[in-house]
Design a protein around this ligand. Structure first.
Ligand code: C2E
Ligand code: MG
Ligand code: MG
Ligand code: MG
Length: 286
């Protein structure tokens, strides 16, 4: 409650602020410990290629299996990790885990590219380049196995530095994808300067696109822009068959979403892949 009538005005935290402070303190006590005690878990969500229906790549998505609270989604701890600096060891752990998993799959004859999400902080701190070189070597991975997804906010702080790091990651064989595309503020000029392989269309555009003419025009415009810049387009958040069909028609290259599969544990993904049969499109479709 803010006291406004007295001479000395002071503000007391609102219940919402109190809750956030308490949450920050809980994370401060527990997340580092969770990371050290191996409580983090990486899930993998497939990406389906348009046309052939094949699955050649997956995205790694971290969760925290807290003994106290159960499975915690990344939205509830990644921003804390970014603010506290814990994102550096956490991000490195995800990359190492994804690399080890990719190597296991290669030994099983499964050739899957694995994409890792990068926080803006990880891009400015260029140790991610050394980390990539190291995990490729340690796991004897082919250079075209690990990819990175980064958001437009990664480019704001220091664009030149970001470009340099992106260039070095790509020279090690990684693809770099711009995540949540359409929700940030990059200009076309900026977009044209970034050395990218693909953009990931944010799920907010994909949602209900079959029903909304404005979203349809937006997606068409984004796909045309990506084509002009020679970036591939990956759509995230595909939940319905009609969204899927629309995306096929406008020429999106890969699709990801609950329509195909949720993020899964490695064994679940292996089972899913065994049961999955790609449904190639008819030649005249699209
Ligand atoms: P993102 O990279 O944009 O990942 C897509 C999110 O959408 C994931 O949420 C995924 O589970 C969810 N999703 C996938 N398909 C669908 C769908 O059809 N419908 C809906 N409604 N959602 C779908 P998740 O796993 O909770 O991750 C949220 C965000 O946390 C990620 O967004 C990413 O920004 C961040 N994140 C996850 N793992 C990492 C990580 O290892 N490092 C960093 N820095 N960030 C991570
Ligand atoms: Mg992502
Ligand atoms: Mg995304
Ligand atoms: Mg997104």
């Amino acid at each position: 409650v803010a006291k406004e009538n007295g001479k000395r005005t002071f503000t007391v935290f609102s219940p919402e602020m109190n809750r956030r402070v308490a949450e920050y303190m809980w994370l401060d006590t527990n997340l580092r410990k969770g990371l050290e005690q191996n409580q983090l878990v990486v899930y993998y969500q497939p990406k389906v290629a348009t046309g052939t229906g094949e699955v050649r790549s997956v995205e790694s998505l971290v969760r925290w299996d807290s003994p106290e609270r159960g499975l915690i989604p990344p939205m509830q701890f990644i921003s804390y990790a970014e603010e506290s600096g814990l994102i550096a060891p956490l991000g490195r752990w995800v990359l190492q885990t994804a690399a080890r998993q990719a190597a296991k799959w290669q030994q099983q004859g499964l050739n899957l590219r694995v994409a890792v999400n990068l926080s803006p902080r990880q891009l400015v701190d260029d140790s991610v380049v050394d980390d990539l070189a190291q995990v490729l070597k340690e796991n004897q991975l082919s250079p075209c196995t690990l990819d990175f997804e980064l958001t437009e906010s990664s480019l704001i702080e220091d664009e030149n530095r970001a470009h340099e790091v992106i260039g070095r990651l790509r020279s090690l064989g990684a693809q770099v994808h711009l995540d949540d595309f359409g929700t940030g503020y990059s200009s076309l000029a900026q977009l044209a300067r970034i050395p990218l392989d693909a953009i990931k269309l944010d799920k907010s555009f994909v949602r209900g696109v079959n029903l909304a003419p404005v979203s349809q025009s937006l997606i068409r415009a984004i796909v045309a822009t990506a084509e002009a810049l020679q970036f591939r387009v990956i759509a995230e958040g595909v939940e319905t068959e009609s969204e899927n069909q629309f995306l096929d028609c406008v020429g999106v290259d890969e699709k990801q979403g609950f329509l195909f599969a949720q993020p899964m544990l490695p064994e679940e993904l292996e089972q899913w892949l065994k049961a999955y049969s790609p449904h190639p499109q008819q030649k005249d479709a699209g």
